[in-house]
Design a protein around this ligand. Structure first.
Ligand SMILES: Nc1ncnc2c1ncn2[C@@H]1O[C@H](COP(=O)(O)OP(=O)(O)O)[C@@H](O)[C@H]1O
Ligand SMILES: [Mg+2]
Length: 566
């Protein structure tokens, strides 16, 4: 299959280059097993695969890392994403993936100028009051120059490397084909969903290529974090921003990597760690739209212990359902409830657990969580626990859904950053109140009690969720471990509120019936009259008015009650 697609593809040249790099780094076997060697040979591009003796001594993870580095941005990014997949790779591979760095030599100004001129609508020196031709930083996708706007604002101009899009597009096409052929020819790898993995990765990388999208992400996150006044996100200057270049405020702060200066300039490092963690946790659990790369290179510290966050090229997104599952998982870890953790993980493994012994998996997860029994919150390493839990998945040949890989990566890098600032930093301690609040907000039954129609609509929502919840319940029942935790206080409150809602609904129904009934009686005529109107009809209306007043009062009181609660 790979043979035909490659033969007809325009990407043959690049395929050969990739194969050659792999071979050069001692990964000829891999090239052969992927069918790449055959495909190229059929297309008339023979590969010489020979074993250099000195290469045999290098560990395969190191060989792969070097090959990825040489292959450029697509493969470096792929490796960086795979670093978050403890569910797919062992620790020696993950360690090498983490070693991939994306700093590369800068594109010289002459090579950059034509594209920049086109995008800015003039020479950079004319568009800006000042433009530094020497870049501040150069990475695989873009490089960053300092400049000053005509109004005096200090900015940075991020420019996409010319021609990078074509290379990445070709690489992604090849990777997609490779994944498809792997999925077809290697049934053993199917549970790891290589095609889905590459699809997810391609989407994220294509998004990262669009420098305007990066600014849209920045603004969205800035809006979500507006209430946190100790977090700063640079302003975007849209008049100069497009797909290949963006302009944002220059952040004049202490770089996150410069721990020495942070200490010297009297920053409150533990406070910084706490504030950073709170911001990222809020993005993840509350907003479901988060910075996927919160490492020290993307952070600056400002006077007043404020934190500036930059670089929104890679963002993660979590659906509401995922967020709720994640909440359950994290709370399960923090509060050491193994069953909760197992439930979520088995859900995540989805329909791909054929042949997996779920009972054994649950036992192992329980044992894992139980080993932390009695460990104080402050000693739980949440990021590491998440990674360990995914390792358990790997050992059972289960894969995580792709959208969670970014999340776990973000978590681990956040915890690392916090701990570098403050050895006493504990993610679990920071996370618990936030997680609790999020769960509480979710189960607040206020909406149910106060407003009749809204309750009905919400009811419909619950109903839609019911099949999912039921299937979970049934699955648990099958394993013979349905666990029921009853919290009486909450139950009584919820019960009261439902009770109140039901009485109101009944009252509303009776009132409505009275109005309708009375109207009919009014039109029939005959019988006793009062003030010239049929007496029973009139009585009915009086009753309806009374019912209406009682209803209105009860709703109004209910509202006040709630406000007092808050
Ligand atoms: N707004 C900014 N203010 C100050 N420095 C910045 C700003 N944006 C980027 N930089 C510098 O450029 C580097 C690379 O920019 P970044 O947006 O992180 O791109 P990349 O995706 O390549 O990491 C940063 O690590 C930082 O040193
Ligand atoms: Mg960066």
């Amino acid at each position: 299959m790979l043979i035909e697609t490659l033969g007809s593809a325009r990407d043959l040249g690049r395929a050969q280059e990739i194969a050659a790099v792999f071979v050069r780094h001692g990964l000829g076997d891999l090239v052969r097993r992927l069918g790449l060697a055959d495909a190229l040979e059929k297309a008339g591009h023979a590969l010489r695969i020979e074993h250099a003796a000195d290469l045999a001594r290098i560990e395969p993870p190191v060989q792969l890392r070097r090959a990825l580095e040489e292959l450029g941005p697509t493969f470096v990014k792929l490796g960086q994403i795979l670093a978050g997949r403890a569910d797919l790779f062992g620790p020696d591979w993950i360690a090498e993936f983490n070693r991939l760095h994306s700093r590369v030599p800068a594109v010289p100004m002459e090579a950059l100028r034509p594209q920049l001129r086109e995008d800015l609508g003039g020479e950079p020196e004319d568009v800006f009051a000042r433009f530094d031709t020497e870049p501040l930083a150069a990475a695989s996708i873009a490089q960053v120059h300092r400049a000053q706007l005509k109004d005096g604002t200090e900015v940075v101009v991020k420019v996409r490397r010319p021609g990078i899009q074509d290379v990445i597009a070709a690489d992604l096409r090849l990777l997609e084909r490779l994944a498809a052929s792997v999925e077809q020819d290697w049934p053993a790898l199917r549970p790891y969903r290589p095609r889905a993995l590459v699809r997810e990765f391609a989407r994220s990388l294509r998004r990262e290529l669009d420098l305007a999208a990066e600014c849209r992400h920045a603004e969205r996150i800035a809006a979500n974090l507006a209430a946190l006044d100790d977090v700063v996100i640079p302003r975007v200057h849209w008049q100069h921003t497009g797909e290949r270049v963006n302009v944002q405020d220059f952040v004049q702060g202490v770089p996150g990597e410069d721990l020495e200066r942070i200490r010297r300039e009297g920053f409150d490092a533990p406070l910084l760690a706490r504030r950073g963690a709170r911001a990222v946790l809020k993005m993840i659990v509350e907003d479901g739209f988060f910075h996927a790369d919160p490492h020290p290179g993307n952070v600056f510290y400002l006077p007043g212990n404020r934190i500036a966050i930059i670089d929104f090229g890679m963002v993660g997104q979590l659906s509401r359902r995922r967020r709720e599952e994640l909440l359950a998982l994290l709370l399960g870890l923090v509060e050491k409830r193994p069953q909760a953790v197992a439930d979520v993980l088995i859900d995540w493994a989805g329909d791909h657990h054929h042949g997996t012994d779920l009972g054994a998996l649950e036992d192992e997860i329980e044992a894992f969580v139980d080993q932390y029994h009695g460990t104080p919150l402050a000693q739980l390493h949440l990021g590491q626990m998440l990674a360990d839990v995914t390792t358990i998945l790997r050992e059972h040949k289960l894969a995580l859904p792709g959208d969670l890989a970014l999340l776990i990566k973000a978590f681990i890098s956040l915890e690392g950053m916090g701990r570098a600032l403050d050895p006493g930093f504990h993610m679990a301690t920071e996370a618990q109140p936030l997680l609790r609040a999020a769960v509480r907000a979710r189960y607040q039954p206020q909406a149910l009690a106060a407003r009749g129609w809204e309750a009905l609509r919400e009811g419909a929502g619950t109903l839609a969720q019911l099949p999912h919840d039921l299937s979970r319940l049934v699955r648990k029942a099958r394993h013979g471990r349905v666990q029921v935790a009853v919290e009486l206080a909450d139950l009584r409150r919820a019960g009261d509120q439902i009770d109140r809602a039901a009485s109101r609904l009944a009252l509303a129904l009776v009132t409505a019936a009275l109005i309708v009934g009375s109207s009919i009686v009014m039109t029939v005529g005959g019988g006793p009259t009062l003030l010239g109107l049929p007496a029973f009809g009139l009585l009915g209306f009086v009753g309806a008015v009374f019912g209406g007043v009682v209803l209105a009062r009860s709703v109004w009181r209910g509202k006040h009650h709630q406000n007092d609660d808050e």
